[in-house]
Design a protein around this ligand. Structure first.
Ligand SMILES: [Zn+2]
Length: 233
C-alpha cells in the first residue's frame, strides 16, 4: 500500500509565522488533516508527524518517515516576512534532489497553483535563507517543503481561507499520482466559505504595494473572487 508522510510544520511552543491573528502551526495542521482524510478515502496510508498542537523536532519528523519507509514526504508551511506586502507560494526540495524528486514536487506545486491564485514564487532547490531544510535533507524518500502563501499577507490569508478545501483536494490528487494511485472521485464535503470578497488596503503613496495589490486583485477576480482595492488616504 502506498504510504505518504504529511508533516505539518512547527507545533506546540513553536507557532511558526504569525500574522493577522493567525498562527502558522494551526493553518498547516488544518490543511494537513484535510489532505489526510482525502488520501485515506483513496486507500493511501498516511503517516502524520503530528495530529495535535505539540512540539516535535525536525529529527523526530524525518526519523519517523524513514522508519515507516514512506513513499513520499511533504512538509507543509506558511511563509512570513516583516514586509506585509510579501506574498506568494513557493516550494523547496533538497539541493541535490534527483530529477524524479523534482518532477514529483512540480506535480504538487502545479496543483497548488491550479487550486489557488497565489503568486507563483516557484519551485526551488535548497532553502530560502540557508542551503537545505532538514526535512528535505534527512529524509530517505523523495521529499518537499511547501509554503502556502504568506501568513503576514492579508491577501494570501484570504486565498488560504477561501481555497483550503480546493488546495487540499488538488494536493491529494497530486500525491496520489506521485505514488501511482488512480484518484477516484468521491463525495467529499466542500465547505468553502460563501464570502468571496477580498479587500486590499493600500496606504496613499505606497506605489509598489498598490501595484502588487492590483496584480493580485486582477488574479483573484479571474478566479471568481470579488477583489477590491481600498485606498487609505
Ligand atoms: Zn514554517
Amino acid at each position: 500500500m502506498a504510504k505518504i508522510c504529511l508533516d505539518p510544520g512547527h507545533g506546540g511552543s513553536d507557532s511558526g509565522g504569525t500574522g493577522w491573528g493567525r498562527k502558522e502551526k494551526a493553518d498547516v495542521l488544518d490543511i494537513a488533516l484535510r489532505i489526510k482524510k482525502l488520501l485515506e478515502a483513496q486507500g493511501v496510508s498516511v503517516i502524520m508527524t503530528r495530529t495535535t498542537d505539540k512540539d516535535i523536532t525536525i529529527a523526530q519528523r524525518t526519523s519517523l518517515a524513514n522508519k515507516e519507509e514512506c513513499d513520499y514526504f511533504l512538509s507543509i508551511h506558511r511563509d512570513a516576512f516583516a514586509d506585509a506586502s510579501a506574498n506568494g507560494s513557493s516550494m523547496f526540495i533538497y539541493s541535490g534532489a534527483s530529477a524524479a524528486t523534482e518532477k514529483k514536487a512540480k506535480t504538487i506545486y502545479d496543483a497548488v497553483i491550479k487550486a489557488a491564485p497565489f503568486r507563483k514564487r516557484g519551485l526551488k532547490k535548497g532553502a530560502a535563507n540557508y542551503k537545505d531544510y532538514g526535512v528535505n535533507k534527512n529524509t530517505t524518500m523523495s521529499a518537499a517543503l511547501l509554503e502556502l502563501g504568506f501568513i503576514t499577507n492579508k491577501g494570501d490569508n484570504a486565498i488560504f481561507e477561501l481555497k483550503k478545501d480546493a488546495i487540499a483536494l488538488e494536493i491529494a490528487k497530486a500525491l496520489c499520482s506521485i505514488v501511482g494511485v488512480a484518484y477516484k472521485v468521491k463525495t467529499v464535503s466542500n465547505t468553502e466559505s460563501g464570502d468571496k470578497k477580498v479587500v486590499y488596503t493600500v496606504q496613499a503613496g505606497a506605489f509598489s504595494v498598490k501595484k502588487n495589490a492590483e496584480t493580485q486583485a486582477a488574479k483573484l477576480k479571474a478566479a471568481g473572487f470579488d477583489a477590491i482595492i481600498v485606498k487609505k488616504e
